[in-house]
Write a protein that binds this ligand. Structure first.
Ligand code: FPP
Length: 244
């Protein structure tokens, strides 16, 4: 499906929900749903880059996901490792820069090494930025930023009066990336679930019913087209109403 470049969202964020239900519907273990979901990650990354999206952030593991069964947790950890092993070459070829946001220090050493290697090998790429939110929680991100600021105040290099939105934002995990323009959450759930709370302030929200393993590049195109039809006011009024 051809998408006009005009009015595309610069930053698209996705909560890839419904892997478990997709598998249950077919009488399969949840891990099969995640495996199928991973195939969609590959397809959607390519489709987003081709459409001209600048930043694509995917929520792959939340700080709350540690409460899942051990087997599922280790499967998700291994999935990220396997994704990087299989796709690093493709990311490099397509000029995609890979980044991860989240509390990386709590991840197993083998995974941290793979993440650091992929970030390093793609750091000069100038095309789309692919951000994976892994062991990520938005409240934790904001708390970490507040702690950073408090430390600077304690050492005297920052005064409390100088902490405004702009300054605070520089302490978020990926401070250089723009706010989210379009949030997609698959599976019909209407929740934000502790994802990018700061960056989503003025995002357009889109909640398709399909489970993530069924969400293909055509569905992404439909979401982008819907975004292009929306009118964003950022708390102001429409430009054509200003003469009233
Ligand atoms: C939510 O579905 C999905 C996740 C918690 C994991 C998302 C992971 C992938 C798509 C595969 C891993 C990909 C990479 C690149 C690491 P759910 O399990 O909560 O589904 P349910 O709500 O139907 O149970």
């Amino acid at each position: 499906m051809k998408i006009a470049k005009k009015g595309l969202p610069a930053h698209v964020a996705v909560i890839m929900d419904g892997n478990g239900r997709w598998a249950r519907q077919r009488g399969l273990p949840r891990t099969v749903g995640h495996r199928q979901g991973m195939k969609r990650v590959k397809e959607l990354v390519e489709a987003a880059a081709q459409a001209g999206i600048k930043v694509l952030t995917l929520f792959a593991f939340s700080t709350e996901n540690w409460s899942r069964p051990k087997r599922e947790i280790s499967m998700l950890m291994n999935s990220l490792g396997a994704y990087l092993d299989r796709n690093l070459g493709e990311l490099k070829k397509n000029d995609i820069r890979f980044r991860v946001i989240g509390r990386l220090e709590q991840l197993p050493g083998f995974l941290r090494e793979k993440i650091e290697n992929a970030q390093e090998k793609t750091k000069s790429n100038a095309g789309m930025v692919l951000v994976l939110a892994f062991n990520y929680g938005a409240r934790q991100e904001i708390t970490d930023a507040a702690r950073d600021c408090a430390r600077l105040v304690q050492t005297g290099s920052l005064s409390p009066e100088d902490i405004d939105e702009k300054k605070f934002r520089t302490h978020l995990y990926a401070a250089d990336l723009p706010d989210v323009d379009l949030l997609i959450r698959t599976s019909g759930e209407l929740r934000i679930s502790n994802f990018l709370l700061w960056q989503l302030s003025y995002a357009e929200l889109y909640f398709p019913k399909k489970y993530w393993p069924d969400f293909g590049s055509r569905d992404l195109s439909l979401a982008l087209k819907e975004f292009q039809r929306r009118k964003r006011r950022f708390g102001g009024i429409d430009v054509d109403e200003k003469s009233d």
